[in-house]
Design a protein. Structure first.
Length: 253
C-alpha cells in the first residue's frame, strides 16, 4: 500500500512495509530520482495525522489500494470494511488532514487514484468497484468545496496496467474455490491472464499523475489507457440490459 506526498521539491512516499519501501527506492533509483519513504498504515488514523502534520504536504497522491475480489455473497462484512477503510475512508482522511496545510501554503493538489471501474461495474469485483465509485463521488464534492482555496482535486482513472494487483486478484479469487461462482471465477482469471501481456506500462500512468500534480489547471478526471477509453465509451453507448447480458454470458452466470 503506497501513499505519495509531494512537498515543494521533496518527494515522500509512505509505504506500509519495509519490503514496499525497498521496492520504491529501487524504482526511484532506476528513474534517477530521490524518494524518501515513511512507514504508514493508512487505516491508522493517529498515524496518518502524525505523518501529515510532520510532512505538511502541498501535494498528495492517494494510491493506497488492493484488489478486493469476490461475489457479493462471498465477501464478509470484515472484508468489505477493510476495503472501504483502505480505499475510501483513508484517502479522504489524508485529504482532510492535508487541506489546512495546503490552504496555509496558498494552494495544493490532491490526486486520488480511482479506476475506470469508478465509472462502471462488473460481476465478482463489486466491492472494489463500489469503493472506486464512492471515491469518485467524494472527490467530486471535495473538488468544489476547496476550489476557492486554490486546492485542486483530481481523479486518475486507469485501465489495466502491469502491477501486482493482478496477482492479488488471482489469490483472492482462489480463496473462493468452494463458491457457487467457482466457474465464473475461473473464467474471470482466464481473462485476466490472457490480457496481462497487453496491459500498459505503469510508467505511462505515473507520467499522467505527475502532470496532474504539476499542472496549473489540471483536469477533474484523467482516463489513462486505451482500454479505459474503450470501457468509458462502451459504458456510455451500450444499454444496461445488453451490458448485463454480455457480462453474464462471458462469465457463465
Amino acid at each position: 500500500m503506497i501513499e505519495l506526498a509531494r512537498r515543494g521539491f521533496d518527494s515522500v512516499g509512505t509505504v506500509r512495509s519495509s519490503a514496499k519501501a525497498r521496492a520504491v527506492h529501487q524504482a526511484a533509483r532506476k528513474a534517477g530520482v530521490e524518494v524518501r519513504t515513511v512507514l504508514l498504515d493508512v487505516t491508522d488514523g493517529d498515524a496518518c495525522r502524525r505523518a501529515i502534520d510532520e510532512e505538511r504536504p502541498c501535494g498528495l497522491v492517494n494510491n493506497a489500494g488492493y484488489s478486493s475480489s469476490g461475489a457479493i455473497e462471498d465477501v464478509s462484512d470484515a472484508e468489505a470494511r477493510r476495503a472501504l477503510e483502505t480505499m475510501v475512508l483513508a484517502p479522504m482522511r489524508l485529504a482532510r488532514l492535508a487541506i489546512p496545510h495546503m490552504r496555509e501554503a496558498g494552494g495544493g493538489r490532491i490526486v486520488n487514484i480511482s479506476s475506470v471501474y469508478g465509472r462502471t461495474s462488473t460481476p465478482l469485483t463489486g466491492w472494489y468497484q463500489g469503493c472506486k465509485h464512492a471515491l469518485e463521488g467524494l472527490s467530486d464534492a471535495l473538488r468544489m468545496e476547496v476550489a476557492s482555496s486554490n486546492i485542486r482535486v483530481v481523479l486518475i482513472e486507469p485501465g489495466g496496467f502491469r502491477t501486482g494487483i493482478w496477482e492479488e486478484a488471482e489469490r483472492e479469487m482462489e480463496r473462493h474455490a468452494g463458491s457457487r461462482y467457482r466457474s465464473a471465477y475461473r473464467r474471470s482469471l482466464t481473462g485476466v491472464r490472457l490480457t496481462q501481456p497487453i496491459m500498459g506500462d505503469p510508467q505511462g500512468c505515473a507520467r499522467v499523475i505527475a502532470g496532474a500534480v504539476q499542472s496549473r489547471n489540471p483536469n477533474a478526471r484523467y482516463l489513462v489507457g486505451l482500454d479505459a477509453q474503450a470501457v468509458a465509451l462502451y459504458e456510455r453507448l451500450v444499454p444496461t440490459m445488453v451490458k448485463d447480458r454480455l457480462a453474464r454470458v462471458t462469465l457463465g452466470l
